[in-house]
Ligand binder design. Structure first.
Ligand code: COA
Length: 297
């Protein structure tokens, strides 16, 4: 699909995307690049990074990859410094690196819980904290009159409760808190906007293939009448809106991009039944005042 944004809306910007080598992170990297940004991607696996950088470069995008694990502060610091050295400034940080697997809470070890908290929540904070120096208004390499922008990839799991994902629900709840707190503190002090995206199920992503592999998807669909799957494009367009000047007055929000999926609430009463009954019930309720004993009527 064609982008509704101008091709140069991010011209001159530099974006660093963690987990930018695959899935949603790669699509965000691609679309930010197609809209004029230079791209640095950070990831743990060398071959994934190399393939992603080649793919971006083949689209004419100025792209570079840096190996690193967001759980390690020294990696975060090194990758951010390398991005700065390579491009001269950093304008956009996208925290898309995440860990996930399905597991009943009773089978999850403390280390398993901590591992996802470390990647999603602590990793997001660490990257933001290390990038502050470069993103803040007047920060290193900044010649723009404003501060930069942070985008944290979240989820909707914790809005209610989610089966077999207690670790990810907790981690993404923390991510949303990080988004709001940094938006308040750094928006006020440093003119940095901090927002998030909470994607629903998105086709062709490691997330979907891990959480809804073909073996279970068909069965799961039977229980979700409004089950819809989005495209990576949907997330990337929202990302452009939030990190570009199109979203310049948006700060501290996490945009749900899920086709209404998290509102899933099975229809317990058929529509036709409601249509037929509603008027009848209303008429009866007007004829019979509530609270008046029938003996007094
Ligand atoms: N069920 C239960 N526990 C699991 C598990 C599973 N499917 N997978 C991992 N764990 C546990 C491990 O047993 C270990 O705990 P333990 O030491 O008490 O045994 C802990 O989680 C850490 O696992 P480990 O394999 O050492 O971590 P890792 O750093 O190599 O990998 C993961 C991190 C587990 C999050 C891995 O899935 C990953 O790298 N994910 C990134 C990609 C991804 O998930 N993308 C989807 C994004 S939505």
């Amino acid at each position: 699909m064609e982008s509704p944004f101008k091709a140069d809306i991010l011209k001159g910007k530099v974006g660093l995307i963690t987990g930018g080598g695959s899935g949603i992170g790669f699509e965000i990297s691609t679309q930010l690049g197609k809209h004029g940004a230079s791209i640095a991607i950070m990831g743990r696996r060398k071959h994934v990074l190399q393939a992603a950088v080649s793919a971006l470069q083949s689209l004419g995008i100025h792209a570079v990859g840096f190996e690193g694990d967001v759980r390690k502060q020294e990696d975060a610091k090194r990758v951010i410094e390398s991005t700065f050295k390579h491009f001269g400034h950093i304008d956009i940080l996208v925290n898309a690196a995440a860990g996930n697997f399905l597991v009943p809470a009773e089978d999850l070890s403390t280390n398993g819980f901590r591992t996802v908290m470390d990647i999603d929540s602590v990793g997001t904070f660490t990257m933001c904290r290390e990038a502050l120096e470069y993103l803040k208004k007047g920060g290193r390499g900044r010649n723009s009159p404003s501060g930069g922008s942070i985008l944290n990839i979240s989820a909707t799991l914790h809005y209610t409760a989610s089966w077999y994902q207690i670790h990810v629900s907790a981690a993404k709840a923390a991510v949303d808190s990080i988004t709001r707190n940094l938006a308040l503190e750094w928006g006020t002090d440093y003119d940095i906007r901090v927002n998030g995206i909470a994607p629903g199920p998105i086709a062709d992503t490691p997330g979907l293939s891990k959480l809804a592999p073909d073996e279970i998807t068909i069965k799961a669909r039977e229980h979700l009448p409004s089950y819809k799957i989005g495209d990576k494009w949907d997330i990337a367009m929202s990302a452009i809106y939030l990190v570009s000047d199109a979203g310049k007055f948006v700060n501290g929000t996490t945009l749900v991009v899920d086709g209404g999926h998290w509102l899933r609430n099975p229809r317990r009463l058929p529509k036709e039944e409601v249509k037929q009954l509603s008027r009848v019930v209303e008429k009866r309720s007007r004829e019979t005042p509530v609270g008046v004993p029938s003996s007094k009527l």
